[in-house]
Design a protein around this ligand. Structure first.
Ligand code: ADP
Ligand code: MG
Length: 246
């Protein structure tokens, strides 16, 4: 199996608060990994360290055989290979849907307008938003905005897509649409690292589940193992808490 990203001994503190403690983990090509855990356990910080929105304090992030935390490494190029989808969409509100999906391709990948537009439309079709290319974000529902945000990230044709609780800010009736698209992407072979509190998604769609607790990976494994026969007491506690809520 080919590792897309391998993380070794990653650590991150904010002041005296050690948020990530010696994290080791990897994502393989074509794999769908879901990260679950309580609020504050460090899930977003881990994702933000992977794409260098936060600078780790120590450890290594190995991508294509090189530690991208080495000073000499080209962080900018590395980041163009990662797609990121946030809870809060982060669309450009002054740009229409098509332009939102073109701007990164043109500015960062230097694609022509024609190529950027064709690529954007291809991925807007993937997420079922091709009828809205001239709409502005404010005219869209939350679920539609998130589908555009997914198309925008896909338009960069990244090696791996990172999702940070992509359905947490959505009205309940829109969650299903977004999860359905993410499931289709997973089935298409896309490599995905997904922070989620949607336990049924993690159980059904992921190849591997990582349970984080207080800055460490407390347990990881196949979803059947994590959900049916967790070995750690804190995994059992977490699951009984979140699964009885639904
Ligand atoms: N920029 C920051 N400055 C200070 N503390 C932060 C910052 N970002 C996150 N934290 C803290 O790090 C811990 C982990 O946060 P986070 O990674 O967002 O957890 P999760 O995504 O699992 O809810 C929390 O205690 C949070 O308050
Ligand atoms: Mg978070």
């Amino acid at each position: 199996m080919e590792n897309i990203i391998e993380i070794k001994h990653l650590s991150k503190s904010f002041g005296s608060h050690e948020v990530l403690k010696d994290i080791d983990f990897s994502v393989q090509k074509g794999e769908v990994v879901c990260i679950i855990g309580s609020s504050g356990s460090g899930k977003s910080t881990l994702l933000r360290c992977v794409n260098l929105l936060e600078k780790p304090d120590g450890g290594e992030i190995i991508y294509q055989g090189e530690n991208i935390l080495d000073d000499k490494h080209d962080v900018y190029t590395y980041r163009t290979h990662l797609g990121m989808v946030f809870q809060q969409f982060n669309l450009f509100n002054n740009l229409d849907v098509l332009s939102n999906c073109m701007v990164g391709q043109q500015k960062v990948l230097h694609r022509s307008e024609k190529e950027a537009s064709e690529t954007a439309i291809k991925y807007l079709k993937t997420v079922g938003m091709e009828d809205y290319i001239h709409a502005k974000p404010k005219q869209l529902s939350g679920g539609q905005k998130q589908r555009v945000a997914i198309a925008r990230a896909l338009s960069m044709e990244p090696d791996v897509m990172l999702f940070d609780e992509p359905t947490s800010a959505l009205d309940p009736e829109m969650v299903g649409d977004v999860l359905k698209i993410m499931k289709e992407l997973a089935e298409s072979g896309l490599t995905m690292l997904v922070v989620t509190h949607e336990m049924s998604f993690a159980k059904e769609v992921s190849d591997r589940v990582v349970f984080m607790d207080q800055g460490v990976i407390a347990e990881e494994g196949h979803p059947d193992q994590i959900f049916n026969t967790p070995t750690q007491e804190r995994t059992r506690e977490f699951l009984s808490r979140v699964l009885t809520k639904n």
